[in-house]
Design a protein around this ligand. Structure first.
Ligand code: C5P
Length: 222
């Protein structure tokens, strides 16, 4: 069967990452986590003390950034100017900063090039917010994964707990709602389902069930 570009967009905590990784593995495709790229730029901004409201400073920051994704034994590693920053990407402060800077056109332009060059080779599962709408509009199979906000917050909370003493469920939910609001209301590449996407509500589905639906759709496209 021919190799496709598969896009998975959706809000925070909808299960995109779990499902995208499993699907890429099942298909023998590469996996592209574009949230990690926005998070990496956020880490760079934090390190450089860059004000996210300062467009010129952000532009300068992007010019000095070299991002590299490497497939490691334990998943994707993100290198920022040669330094492995993977362990810092999931901190709640970075989630929020990523969401803030991702509304800036200069940051989106910078990452668009990176994402398209990674996606030039087919056989890809790309997850994010604007994969089906902006970055890979020609993708053959597009999904929009959603779930009830409370269920999404609980999942994210459990993930953060697993990594040590994390924030409270209330603060996780509050931050998630704020991030979703930023991501859906920004003027450039807002989070929304592509018109030709298949929408899946994962509130009552296991990752396996989500993947089964996706595989049926993908099979019909190749
Ligand atoms: O997917 P993840 O939660 O890791 O993404 C972090 C943030 O990066 C999102 O809240 C969003 O603001 C931004 N993002 C984006 N476009 C993408 C992927 C992520 O704006 N394609």
């Amino acid at each position: 069967p021919s190799r496709l570009v598969v896009t998975i967009d959706g809000p925070a905590g909808s299960g995109k990452t779990t499902v995208s990784k499993m699907l890429a593995h099942r298909l023998g495709y590469r996996y592209l986590d574009t949230g990690a790229l926005y998070r990496a730029v956020a880490v760079a901004a934090q390190q450089g003390g860059v004000d996210p409201a300062d467009g010129a400073a952000l532009a300068q920051l992007c010019q000095g950034i070299d991002l590299d994704l490497q497939e490691g034994g334990d998943g994707l590693r993100v290198l920022l100017n040669g330094e492995d920053i993977t362990g810092r990407l999931r901190a709640p402060a970075i989630s929020l900063l990523a969401s803030t800077i991702s509304a800036r056109p200069v940051v989106r332009r910078f990452l668009l090039t990176t994402q398209r060059s990674i996606g030039a080779q087919k056989g890809l599962v790309a997850e994010g917010r604007d994969m089906g709408t902006v970055v890979f509009p020609e993708a053959e199979a597009k999904f929009f994964l959603d779930a009830d906000p409370h269920v999404r917050a609980c999942r994210r909370y459990e993930e953060l707990q697993a990594g040590g003493d994390g924030p409270s469920l209330d603060s996780v939910e509050e931050q998630m709602v704020q991030r979703d609001r930023n991501d859906t209301t920004r003027s450039v590449a807002p989070l929304k389902p592509a018109v030709d996407s298949l929408r899946i509500d994962a509130t009552h589905l296991t990752p396996e069930q989500v993947i089964a639906r996706m595989m049926t759709h993908i099979e019909s496209k190749r």
